[in-house]
Design a protein around this ligand. Structure first.
Ligand SMILES: Cc1ncc(COP(=O)(O)O)c(C=O)c1O
Length: 481
C-alpha cells in the first residue's frame, strides 16, 4: 500500500476515536478496544491500528498502560496560556537584524528540523499548478515581457481578483487604492516610508513579528511596544494611552497583525477592530495592517481585517500569498486608502513595477477557483499541525511550559518556566540540527527571553516529533539566568 493511503487510514481511525472522546461517547478512564479487535473489525493491519493509537497518544487523548491496552486520559494534558507582559512605556531603538539573519539562516541548513522560519512545507502548496500557469501566461501573453517598468505598476486582472476577494471580508476594496508589491514585506516597507521620517515612533504588538521590527530598524524608526494579550490581542486601552495628544515621542503609525498574529496567533474581536479603527482615525495615526494570515483562520468564517471598519482611508491593508500559495511568488499588495499616492511614489522609487508575469499567474490562479479549494485543505493541515505541535510540547517540554492557542496561521508561541534564556537553547539546539526562533527577536526591549516560537508549517513526521522531544529535553537542562 502506498504511504499516503496508509497515513490516511491511520489518521481516519485516530480521528474517529478523537470524535468519540470529544462527544464523550468514550469517557475519561474508558478502555479502547484491543489492537487485535480493532484490526479485525476495521479490516486494518495491526501496524495501522497501532499507529492510530499512538497518534491519539501523541495528541494527549489516550494513554497506554503496560499489559492493559489504551485508555482515555483522565485529565487532558495541561496547557496554560502565557500571560500578557508589561513592556517599557518608552519607545525603543531596534537592534535585532544581525541576530535575526543568523537565526533564519539555520532554518535553511540541510537536514535541519525546520521549526524556525514560519514556512510551509512545499508539499502542502499548489506549486505544480503555479508552475503550469507560468508556462501558459508566458506563452499566451508575450506582450507582458515588453511591459512592466516604473510606470505600469498594477496588472488589471489581478486588481479585479483582489477586489473580488475582499467582498468576502467586508470589502470591496477600491481598485484605485491598491498598489501591487513584491511581497507583503515590501508593502509594509512602502507604507512606513510613506508616513514616517527617521526618528519617528511606531506602535507595535508585544511580542511582535520580527520582520516588522527589522523594517523599523532599517528605516531608523523606534518601536513602542504595546501590551498584547495572548488570548485577546493588542490592548486598545494601552494604545489609547500611547496615542494621546501631548505624549512625548508621538506615535506616527501603528503596525500590527489583527488576524492570527505572529507569533501569538491571536485574532482581535470585531468590536476591538472597530474600536481600533475609530481610535486611530480620531488620533490621526495611520494603521498599517498585515493580513497575511486572514485566509488561514481556523474558525468557521474568514475574519474581517480592521480595514473593513475603516471609514476614512486611514488603514493601509498589506498582504501576500506567501503562506497560502507559495513564498516564491513574491507578489503582495497594499490597499493604501488615502495614502495611496505617496505609497505609489515610494513603490516607484523602491523597485518599480512588480513582475507582470507573476501578477498574471496569481490573477489566473485566483480566478480559477483553485485557491479556495486549496485553502480549505491548507487550513485543515495547519490547524492539525499546530494541534499536534501543542500536544508534543505538552508531553515533552518541562512542566509549567505555557503555550498559545492560535486562531489561525502556522506558528506556536511557548513560554518556558523560570528565568531561562532561549538564546542559549538556540545554540544548543543548533548543534543538534534543530531550528526555532528565540523569543528575544520579537521584542526590541528583550522582554521574552524565556519564550520561543515554533514553526508548524510541516506535516507531522517522526523526525519532527523527535526534534520537539529533544528540544524539550534541552529546555529542561537550561540553567536559570
Ligand atoms: C506576519 C507576517 N507578515 C509578513 C510575512 C512575510 O511575507 P512575504 O513573504 O510576503 O514578504 C510573514 C512571514 O513569515 C509573516 O509572518
Amino acid at each position: 500500500m502506498d504511504t499516503d493511503a496508509r497515513s490516511h487510514r491511520y489518521e481516519a481511525l485516530a480521528d474517529e476515536f478523537a470524535g468519540l472522546i470529544d462527544r464523550r461517547v468514550l469517557g475519561p478512564g474508558d478502555r479502547l478496544p484491543s489492537v487485535r479487535r480493532l484490526s479485525h473489525e476495521k479490516r486494518l493491519s495491526v501496524s495501522t491500528v497501532l499507529q492510530a493509537l499512538r497518534t491519539l497518544e501523541e495528541r494527549g487523548l489516550v494513554e497506554a498502560r503496560p499489559q492493559s491496552g489504551f485508555f482515555v486520559r483522565r485529565r487532558p494534558l495541561a496547557r496554560a496560556v502565557p500571560e500578557p507582559r508589561r513592556p517599557p512605556a518608552r519607545a525603543t531603538k531596534v537592534d535585532i537584524s544581525q541576530r535575526l539573519v543568523n537565526v533564519l539562516q539555520l532554518n535553511a541548513r540541510a537536514g535541519i528540523v525546520p521549526l524556525g522560519a514560519a514556512l510551509p512545507d512545499t508539499a502542502l502548496l499548489p506549486v505544480a499548478a503555479i508552475q503550469r500557469l507560468y508556462a501558459t501566461v508566458a506563452r499566451q501573453q508575450p506582450n507582458l515581457l515588453r511591459s512592466g517598468s516604473h510606470t505600469d505598476m498594477n496588472e488589471v486582472a489581478l486588481l479585479r481578483q483582489l477586489v473580488r476577494r475582499s467582498m468576502s471580508w467586508g470589502g470591496p476594496l477600491d481598485t484605485d487604492e491598491i498598489v501591487v508589491t513584491n511581497s507583503c514585506t515590501e508593502a509594509m516597507f512602502l507604507c512606513l516610508r510613506a508616513v514616517t521620517r527617521p526618528g519617528d515612533t511606531i506602535a507595535v504588538e508585544s511580542p511582535g513579528y520580527y520582520l516588522m521590527l527589522q523594517l523599523i530598524e532599517s528605516l531608523g524608526l523606534k518601536a513602542l511596544e504595546i501590551p498584547t494579550d495572548p488570548r485577546r490581542g493588542i490592548s486598545i486601552d494601552a494604545l489609547d494611552l500611547a496615542t494621546r495628544d501631548g505624549r512625548e515621542g508621538k506615535v506616527k503609525a501603528c503596525l500590527l497583525v489583527a488576524n492570527a498574529s505572529n507569533p501569538l496567533g491571536t485574532t482581535l474581536s470585531d468590536a476591538d477592530k472597530k474600536r481600533l479603527a475609530r481610535l486611530l482615525e480620531s488620533r490621526g495615526v495611520p494603521l498599517i495592517e498585515d493580513d497575511i494570515y486572514g485566509d488561514l483562520h481556523f474558525g468557521e468564517r474568514r475574519p474581517w481585517p480592521v480595514k473593513a471598519f475603516d471609514r476614512s482611508g486611514n488603514v493601509m491593508l498589506c498582504a501576500s500569498f506567501s503562506k497560502s500559495i507559495t513564498p516564491a511568488l513574491r507578489v503582495g499588495f497594499v490597499a493604501a486608502g488615502r495614502h495611496h499616492a505617496e505609497v505609489m511614489r515610494q513603490k516607484t522609487l523602491a523597485s518599480g513595477a512588480t513582475n507582470p508575469i507573476s501578477q498574471n499567474v496569481l490573477a489566473r490562479y485566483l480566478e480559477s477557483g483553485a485557491y479556495d479549494r486549496s485553502l480549505r485543505t491548507l487550513r485543515r493541515a495547519y490547524r492539525e499541525q499546530v494541534e499536534r505541535m501543542s500536544d508534543a510540547v505538552s508531553r515533552h517540554f518541562p512542566e509549567g511550559t505555557r503555550i498559545t492557542r492560535p486562531q489561525g496561521g502556522l506558528v506556536l508561541w511557548l513560554e518556558l518556566p523560570g528565568q531561562v534564556d532561549t538564546n542559549a537553547l538556540f545554540e544548543r539546539a543548533a548543534e543538534e540540527n534543530i531550528a526555532f526562533v528565540p523569543g528575544d527577536l520579537f521584542s526590541p526591549s528583550g522582554l521574552y527571553r524565556n519564550c520561543l516560537r515554533l514553526n508548524c508549517g510541516n506535516p507531522w513526521t517522526p523526525a519532527i516529533e523527535a526534534g520537539v522531544r529533544r528540544l524539550g529535553e534541552l529546555a529542561a537542562e537550561l540553567p536559570e539566568a
